[in-house]
Design a protein around this ligand. Structure first.
Ligand code: ADP
Length: 323
């Protein structure tokens, strides 16, 4: 962590399209020189709650009375809300490039926090041993409101290769409309209880089981997400929110994983790290991403997940206090 006097908290923000992420330091107490990293997030539309939290936690305390408090901040909202931070909290935002921050956050986690990287496949979570010698190059797929895909070749060395606008914001937006869910966690819980095969068309539905077997096709392979709806007489209200949620999550997750696989193949990369709040530590999201990467790559590539995956940008911004 950047050097600092023990008692002064550091706070950095990542103000994204959907969420405001905060990472801050707190002394462990007992006079030890160690500090803990703490994490908090707010919906972007709840900026006022975020301000209240920053005040209540005393995160500007070290600078109390001082002039010109400056916080490191990244994400598009750092530009959009800079005036609000000045007016309501009396702080300036030092705006940092979003991709720089995401990459330094990922590299910090991977190089400084043991056990931060892990695989999640076939129900098993296994730590991934990363050392600076075997870390680079890697593909970083950050799934936020949209998706950014970066090739990382070293500390501060990266290229934003591509991205897609069909990301977490798209899925959660559709989820709100289709299932009536109020929060992302509610959506994930619904999806756990649902069955995507109520709406998804699988190969067997098209060819029939016998033909599939003859041609050596896997009967349960997805042919078309939501494809069964077309030939059904059911209305939206006839579908269970649980099944709709499950179908949405698998459609978007497999699609993003497939794009990640294609980009990794084009670049000849075998290790793909996934970040962004989309993942939210959710087991079946990670399982589905891992399955898709393994399936498409014929086990030649590995999907790796990160603890604190939603806070990469904010962590990177925090690291920049040491610059
Ligand atoms: P951004 O920086 O664009 O806000 P994030 O990495 O924070 O992106 O991810 C936002 C996405 O994560 C949302 O679009 C949604 O899919 C998912 N998500 C996870 N937790 C939440 C939440 N509490 N509220 C809304 N969306 C959430």
């Amino acid at each position: 962590l950047p050097r600092q006097p023990a008692a002064s908290p550091l706070l950095a923000l990542d103000i994204g399209g959907t969420l405001i992420k905060l990472v801050y330091t707190a002394s462990r107490g007992g006079g030890a020189d160690g500090t803990d990293l703490r994490f908090a997030k707010f919906e972007r539309r709840r900026l006022q709650e975020c301000f209240n939290f920053i005040r209540a936690e005393g995160l500007l305390a070290s600078n109390a009375g001082g002039e010109g408090v400056t916080l490191k901040a990244t994400g598009g909202g750092a530009y959009k809300f800079a005036d609000d931070f000045l007016e309501k909290l009396g702080v300036c935002l030092d705006k940092l490039d979003e991709m720089d921050s995401v990459v330094s956050g990922a590299n910090f986690l991977l190089q400084s926090i043991p056990g931060a990287a892990f695989t999640h496949m076939n129900g098993l979570r296994n730590p991934v041993d990363v050392s600076p010698n075997n870390l680079f190059p890697y593909l970083l797929v950050n799934i936020g409101s949209g998706v950014s895909i970066l090739k990382v070749t070293g500390n501060r060395k990266f290229e934003r290769v591509t991205g897609t606008h069909i990301g977490g914001g798209t899925m959660f937006g559709l989820a709100k409309l289709l299932t009536g869910c109020k929060s992302y966690d509610e959506f994930l819980q619904l999806s756990q209880k649902g069955d995507n095969f109520v709406l998804d068309l699988i190969v067997k539905d098209i060819c029939g089981e016998l033909v599939c077997q003859k041609q050596g096709l896997s009967t349960s392979t997805l042919a078309s997400s939501f494809g069964k709806v077309i030939t059904s007489k059911k209305k939206l209200t006839d579908y269970k929110p649980e099944d709709l949620a499950s179908t949405l999550l698998s459609a978007f997750t497999y699609n993003i994983a497939q794009i990640a696989f294609l980009v990794a193949s084009l670049l000849g990369l075998r290790r793909v790290f996934f970040g962004g709040s989309y993942i939210r530590g959710h087991k079946s999201t990670m399982e589905n991403i891992s399955y898709a990467i393994d399936f498409w790559s014929q086990s030649q590539m590995q999907a790796v997940f990160l603890r604190h995956e939603g806070y990469l940008g904010a962590l990177g911004a925090l690291m920049s206090y040491g610059d």
